[in-house]
Design a protein around this ligand. Structure first.
Ligand code: 6R9
Length: 629
């Protein structure tokens, strides 16, 4: 598990404090102060000084780099004999062959050995002010109990356990327990329907599902056990359902069900990393569970929503838990921006050091607000680009030298060991700056995906074949004259208006700068003359009153001024909500289907955050297309 970039400096400090570096007395002298601060291991890299030199070393001497990191930061049961054996063009990705480790041992036992009473988890329960802290020792105990239970019910190495739970300590312990006994885990977001859950259980062929009697989020109770009962009816592999109690409510139990015991709580202080994603998404896996725990950090499990019981929830939580790093999604930032600054200013945010953003391009307005209002202009905002397939952050403004700039809304700098490249339409690497292309990664790194479960051929076709020898991300990016990267959105979303190719993110960024606009989604639709026309879906800020014609005029003038006339929307539809995934990404695919009047192939909408948003859009679009604009 690779470190989040924000952790590197902190890790260096912790490592010194904990004596990890004792066996490397010349760390600071040989690597130079700067380099050791980024990464203590750099001390062993002859002649490397400063962030840029370390980044260069990490890609040109990739094997030495990753071997040093792997040896220093992880405890191995058996050391590896070969650092890597990869061939991207064939989809062969093998790292650390011969080596054996247990990630749960690295997240728990290693930390318990160093500092058993440090707080590992702070569970920020939906009920405000009732947080619960777990030390590394307690989390290890809980994990061992779940692991034993799984073994007792026949789970073996290589099996896959389905976890259908909200973000909570027992869910983390269940993930780590699976890893401990060599089983895989299939964490399904606890808002998914019985049908969506059943499909994922069948795919994983799980014999065990772990769930809770009920879930609580945003003050609403969800019947998790009931959903599991329905789902498992069509899942013949399931033999047992483990049920933990989140509320007092007793739910019907059958012979198949196993009630899990309660555990012990205790309260301690510690450093606090607050990633407010759901553990059902990759951000939750890497930056709530494995990343922070493997580095001995204290991690927050946020069970609630950004607006429950009011839009000050995040910042009240920051004040109460003294969160140092806050990591969230642009969609939530845009939502909170709509409610105004007073919800932020009410709370003391002096504990905050770094603000992170992930999941989508962060538009300029949201970035500025996050930086100026939330971070009081003193916390760096890091726009981190990565994907489920990359395992961890690949491009981010930090780490950087202390005086280096951060450009709003740009992921900017490749992380250590990552070599991004841009490809042109002919599949050639573009070497110049100030250019846009398809974002690929030129060489393998240990955290990357190795295959798709039960479908290696699809893995090869999707990621390895489009640009042979390179890992294809599916995203487009722009490289600035200074060599910084900016993500322009999914390549499937790129619009081609009369031969001008433009990313949806670029137009949305400008549309969102209109004072009346809270957020927007832009898509291309087929146009007889221009090839593609531009259609913008716009959500207005709270209590905003503006005449539609005035809004269109404003939009046209700002888009033609900041981009060009060809980028002005042909259609603008005002909507109350945009269709989004549960992790907050705008589903432009659904919008395209509505505009193409292809309603039969909208796909499974139950995985949307709010499926009813689509109905409003269908109706709104029908009006526009009959009356014109
Ligand atoms: C971590 C995560 C991956 C896709 C990715 C890209 C988009 C993520 C972004 C970003 C612009 C950023 N994305 N971070 N776009 N700027 N900082 O989100 O994983 O759910 O797999 O999504 O999200 O399009 O390809 P995942």
């Amino acid at each position: 598990m690779w470190l989040p970039s924000r952790f590197t400096l902190k890790f260096a400090v912790c490592a010194l404090r904990r004596g990890v570096l004792k066996s490397h007395p010349h760390v600071l002298r040989r690597g130079g102060c700067n380099t050791a601060a980024f990464m203590p291991e750099a001390a062993g890299f002859e002649g490397v000084s400063g962030r840029a030199a370390l980044q260069e070393f990490s890609v040109s001497n990739s094997e030495d780099f990753w071997a040093a990191v792997a040896r220093q930061r992880l405890s191995w049961v058996r050391p590896f004999h070969t650092v890597q054996d990869c061939d991207l063009s064939r989809g062969r990705i093998k790292w650390f062959q011969g080596g054996m480790l247990n990630v749960s041992v690295n997240c728990l036992d290693r930390q318990v050995h160093i500092c058993p009473e440090r707080v590992a988890l702070i569970w920020e329960r939906d009920e405000r002010g009732s947080e619960v802290r777990y030390t590394y020792r307690e989390l290890l105990e809980m994990t061992c109990r779940v692991g034993n239970l799984l073994k007792r019910y026949g789970v073996k190495r290589g099996d896959c356990v389905t976890i259908y739970m909200p973000t909570c300590p027992l869910a983390v312990a269940s993930m780590l327990a699976c890893a401990r006994i060599g089983a895989a885990h299939n964490v399904v977001f606890a808002g998914f329907s019985a049908e969506a859950l059943a499909e994922r259980i069948r795919d994983a062929q799980s014999s065990i599902v772990i769930t809770m009697n009920q879930g609580v989020r945003g003050g609403k109770v969800t019947e998790l056990k009931k959903t599991v009962d329905t789902a498992v009816q069509s899942c013949p592999t399931v033999r047992h359902v483990f049920v933990a109690m989140r509320t007092e409510k007793l739910v019907p139990m059958t012979d198949r069900d196993v009630l899990m015991d309660e555990y012990v709580f205790s309260y301690h202080d510690g450093d606090v990393f607050g990633c407010v994603a759901d553990i059902g998404w990759i951000t939750g896996h890497s930056y709530i569970v494995y990343g922070p725990l493997a580095n001995g950090a204290t991690t927050v499990l946020f069970e609630s929503t950004p607006v429950y019981p009011d839009p000050g929830r995040y910042w009240e939580t920051v004040e109460r838990l003294k969160i140092n790093q806050f990591y969230g999604a642009p969609t939530a930032i845009r939502l909170l921006l709509k409610y105004g600054d007073q919800w932020v200013n009410k709370y003391d945010r002096s504990s905050l050091k770094t603000l992170g953003s992930v999941g989508e391009p962060i538009n300029t307005e949201a970035w500025e607000w996050y930086h100026r209002v939330v971070g009081e202009g003193r916390c760096p905002v890091v726009d981190t680009w990565w994907q489920t397939e990359t395992g961890g952050i690949c491009i981010a403004p930090k780490p950087s030298e202390p005086d280096e700039e951060i450009v709003p809304g740009m992921a900017m700098r490749p992380f250590f060991g990552i070599k991004p490249v841009l490809m042109d339409t002919e599949g050639k690497v573009m070497t110049s700056n100030n250019t846009s292309g398809a974002l690929c990664i030129a060489q393998p790194w240990p955290g990357m995906a190795r295959t798709i479960h039960n479908n290696h051929q699809r893995f090869i076709e999707t990621y390895c074949q489009p640009y042979p020898g390179y890992f294809f991300t599916g995203d487009g990016a722009y490289r600035s004259p200074e060599g910084y990267y900016q993500i322009t959105g999914r390549l499937d979303d790129v619009i081609n208006v009369s031969g001008h190719r433009i990313g949806t993110a670029e137009i949305e960024d400008v549309v969102n700068q209109c004072s009346a606009v809270a957020e927007s989604a832009v898509i291309g639709y087929s146009h007889d003359i221009k090839g593609q026309g531009i259609y913008a879906f716009v959500v207005l800020k709270k209590n905003m009153k503006i005449k539609e014609e005035d809004l269109y005029k404003q939009l046209n003038s700002v888009v033609s001024e900041k981009i060009a006339k060809y980028a002005c929307p042909d259609f603008v539809l005002l909507v109350k909500r945009l269709p989004k995934t549960r992790s907050g990404k705008i589903m432009r695919r659904v919008l395209r289907k509505v505009v193409e009047s292809d309603l039969d192939s909208l796909g499974d909408l139950s995985t949307l955050d709010d499926p009813s948003a689509v109905q409003e859009i269908i109706e709104g679009h029908a009006k526009i297309s009959t009356k014109g604009q």
